[in-house]
Design a protein around this ligand. Structure first.
Ligand SMILES: [Zn+2]
Ligand SMILES: [Zn+2]
Length: 328
């Protein structure tokens, strides 16, 4: 019986997540496609997201032509915002169809001066198919164009937040790509760091904060022993990581800097509770254990690099693993 509740980004992410454990993810891709075709889907962006997920999984499984087909379908969703076209262009170049891919990238280039999301998705897609140098050039030209047209520096109290957002997005992606190419800092990289510092000062800065999370095996033990603690940790490993990632993203968006993750362990919790003379299943005792671990425990900085290993130890890149869990 088809469900009438529209499918969300989370629903598709939950399906796609299961592909990570499979040698052959074909059934998961088939399920994604069946779900998006059957619908109803929350909105067009969500439908495009489903096809992009199918393309990513298929590419990871080594089927480039298959991935290309799903990426093309993502571009055919009405109201697609450029992200899907960038992904399709990337796969075209990777498939040896460089001319077509480059044409598609060329068509997206004006977005760098329009859409604050574009620098990241255009830059990453170019970078991923070996065109990092093109990305660096385009982002440099875009940054200079914005600076020249607006005549402001980092000290300026410009009211035009849209332009500042766009400039910061361009400079951020440019800086990331130049670092990966091991370019020395130039004036625009300097401007990026000045803007970054200025943004930090604008926000209520809290000193570092750490969040306790349970690695997969530990979480299983905790939830088996105290199922009621699903109220704070989530129902399962997927749910737990979504909660953690959302909490940290929320902290970050309110200006908390120097965020860290601390892995908890059942053995550590039991030892802590025994020493403190408290019930280890108690909600408050677990919060105290987390606070205790935050003082001097092993900390993992968050967020990881987008292309670096995810903090959850899944083995996948952060941008393909827990990063998207904070969305929607
Ligand atoms: Zn730097
Ligand atoms: Zn992860």
């Amino acid at each position: 019986m088809p469900s009438e509740t529209p499918l969300t980004v989370d629903d598709f992410d939950a399906i796609a997540y299961r592909a990570a454990a499979l040698d052959d993810p074909t059934p998961v891709v088939a399920e994604l496609i069946a779900a998006v075709e059957r619908g109803p889907v929350e909105d067009d962006e969500t439908a495009a997201h489903a096809f992009i997920l199918a393309a990513e999984i298929t590419e990871r499984a080594g089927d480039l032509p298959g991935a290309l087909g799903y990426a093309r379908r993502a571009t055919e969703v009405p109201g697609e915002d450029g992200l899907a076209r960038a992904g399709y262009a990337e796969l075209l170049v990777k498939s040896g169809r460089e001319k077509e891919g480059r044409e598609l990238f060329d068509a997206l280039r004006p977005e760098l001066l329009q859409d604050p999301h574009a620098p990241a998705y255009v830059g990453e897609a170019l970078d991923a198919c070996g065109l990092g140098a093109v990305a660096e050039e385009w982002l440099s030209v875009a940054a200079r164009t914005i600076v020249e047209e607006n005549q402001f520096g980092p000290e300026d109290d410009s009211d035009d937040l849209g332009v500042l957002d766009l400039l910061f997005a361009v400079l951020t992606e440019r800086h990331r790509i130049r670092e990966s190419m091991e370019f020395p800092h130039d004036e625009l990289d300097g401007l990026f760091h000045e803007m970054e510092d200025a943004l930090d000062e604008d926000e209520p800065v809290e000193s570092g904060q750490a969040l306790l999370y349970w690695p997969e095996a530990e979480l299983a033990q905790v939830l088996q022993r105290w199922p009621e603690r699903a109220d704070i940790y989530g129902l399962d490993w997927l749910d737990h990581r979504t909660n953690v990632e959302r909490t940290l993203a929320a902290w970050s968006s309110t200006g908390v800097t120097r965020i860290a993750l601390i892995p908890g362990s059942m053995a550590g919790l039991l030892a802590y509770a025994a020493e403190a003379g408290v019930d280890p299943g108690d909600r408050e005792a677990q919060a105290d254990y987390a606070a205790d671990r935050a003082d001097g425990g092993e900390l993992t900085e968050w967020p990881p690099q987008r292309n670096g290993a995810c903090w959850c130890a899944s083995g996948a890149k952060y941008k393909k693993c827990c990063l998207p869990r904070s969305r929607a």
